[in-house]
Design a protein around this ligand. Sequence first.
Ligand SMILES: C[S@@+](CC[C@H](N)C(=O)[O-])C[C@H]1O[C@@H](n2cnc3c(N)ncnc32)[C@H](O)[C@@H]1O
Length: 225
Amino acid sequence: MAFQLNNVVPWGRNMEEYKSMFLLNEEDMKKKIAGFGDGPASFNFEAHCLGCDITSYDPIYQFNKEELEKRIEDVRGTVMQQMSANMDNYIWTKIRDLNQLEQIRMDAMKLFLDDFEVGLLEQRYRYHELPNSLPVGDDYYDIGLSSHFLLLYTKLGFEFHVKSIGEMLRVCKEVRIFPIVDLDACQTDMISNVIDEFKKRYVVELKATNYQFQKNANKMLVIRK
Ligand SMILES: C[S@@+](CC[C@H](N)C(=O)[O-])C[C@H]1O[C@@H](n2cnc3c(N)ncnc32)[C@H](O)[C@@H]1O
């Protein structure tokens, strides 16, 4: 089925959040990085401004700036209502309250939107839908990231996750995924089964990160060749 923008809830994080979630240090930031399911995050733009080599892949990059802007505005209220109804599932220390959360997310998505057309021309934003194969060779990237996409949407199923992470591992020397819980903050059997599958062929580590907003979501999964 064709990818529908009205099935997506665009919600983007910023570079500081990506650096904390994925423990990206100065050495990492000098490497060739790909973000999968980066959507409207401002990581690509902010890191590009620092001279970093980041490519973001996402199916929403097939739509134009106006379409993305409209979808962000359309879902903004609903997302904030859901956050308000589920405040107990989150830790309000670094982000103090709902207003600050909305401001941080909207600021990140504005940076993305303002950069989107230039970034498309520069091929920093590339339309791609996992688990399809990517138009780059083996080990092309040093690090592949997935923030709040893989493992979070467990309903996509075991096969989808194994194929998607497998393709990321073909083109990246190392893959980092955050968080490793589902939308209810549980580490489900499906997530454990995916991890066990990759343990058969790769070096797999769970690392505590510097980022925790969703309760129980403070570890990233690292899979290396
Ligand atoms: C919750 S958002 C996370 C955005 C960003 N990574 C962040 O943390 O701020 C999930 C993203 O996954 C993308 N996505 C959905 N299906 C996908 C697929 N099959 N392959 C790659 N990305 C997908 C969506 O378009 C959306 O941008």
